[in-house]
Design a protein around this ligand. Structure first.
Ligand code: THU
Length: 129
């Protein structure tokens, strides 16, 4: 897996953030099982609650194109290492129990986690079987 390329794609997506309220830009890039990459930015809505995080934008784009599994996700934001919020962690869990989560400041400055490290003892699809 080319971590730097995934981060590069997330950085490109970050530029598209629609953030008139928080001005906090986030970008994300998702790697699917077959090697495809989908990107997303955060999108804010004036009534606030419909706001969508960059990670979920990217994941939902991948899923809506027929992918079922996420191998890795890169996240970049305006803070020093922007970590996925709790809701996004649960969404990553749905499609990537074994996913690698890359939290990056730049292509050369990143931290890497398993989803299980960020969301231990998680609830997921298997629980409903
Ligand atoms: N945000 C993300 O896009 N991803 C996260 O994981 C954290 C928060 C966005 C949502 C909102 O547009 C802005 O950052 C400030 O919360």
């Amino acid at each position: 897996m080319d971590r730097k390329y995934l981060i590069k794609r997330a950085l490109e997506a970050q530029k598209k953030a629609y953030v008139p309220y928080s001005k906090f830009r986030v970008g994300s890039a998702v790697l699917t099982e077959d090697g495809s990459i989908y990107t997303g930015c955060n999108i804010e809505i004036s009534s606030y609650s419909p706001t969508l995080c960059a990670e979920r934008t990217a994941i939902f784009k991948a899923i809506s194109e027929g992918h079922k599994k996420i191998k890795a996700i890169a996240v970049v934001g305006d803070s020093d290492y922007t970590y996925p919020c709790g809701v996004c962690r649960q969404v990553i869990r749905e499609f990537g129990k074994d996913a690698i989560v890359i939290v990056a400041n730049s292509e050369d400055d990143y931290r890497e986690y398993t989803l299980d490290e960020l969301l231990p003892h998680s609830f997921g699809p298997e629980d409903l079987k």
